[in-house]
Design a protein around this ligand. Sequence first.
Ligand SMILES: O=c1cc[nH]c(=O)[nH]1
Length: 232
Amino acid sequence: MATPPISSAAAAALADALAHVHVVCAEPSIANHFLAELRDKEVQKDSLRFRRNLQRLGEIIAYRISSHLSYTDKVIQTPLAETTGKLLHDFPILATVLRAGLPFHQGFLNYFDQSPSAFVAAYRIEGTAQVQVQVDYLSAPSLDERVLILADPMLASGKSLVQTYRAMLRFGTPRQVHIAAVIASPEGLAYVAREIPEANLWVAAIDEKLNEHAYIIPGLGDAGDLSYGSKL
Ligand SMILES: O=c1cc[nH]c(=O)[nH]1
């Protein structure tokens, strides 16, 4: 079955959404190398490398987001003299979706090493015409007045991200929201930008489209299976 064409209203929403997305691999950098390895089905046979590359892209996007956070000056005594350093004012809360999000999340945690974490279990309900998502486990600290980074490696339809975010709001209202993905579909990005206009969006790459099974094309396949093995 062919992928349905995008409507003109959706195309306009997409153009608007894309103007607000930070696309890390749009510029040449080592991030492109890590992404190319993630997509390559030969390299994917090495699941350690696959997980590590997700982690590295988490680290790179964490670094990029860090320039949008606030810092406080602190007087520091080196062994030789006094100087001033800048310390991260408050560590963001790092949220991810089990299980595919874990290696990407670890990349964020490597940099934001004092951050609390929030975890969500969400799964697609199979056998329905539209993509439907069930959120059934959520653990999070209070989000009130915090910076929240919600990281999910594959932003496909965007439905699970939006539902996850809405479910998380039971834990409070963050003062700043960042949503990070490795690969996003154009329609998923447009959906997330429309439903969560307060979010800053960060991706390594935007791919061509979703297929009829809501997989990203060309994408990389199933990030959870490639990280942790296939499931029944
Ligand atoms: O392409 C996709 C879409 C959702 N989840 C994945 O792991 N891959």
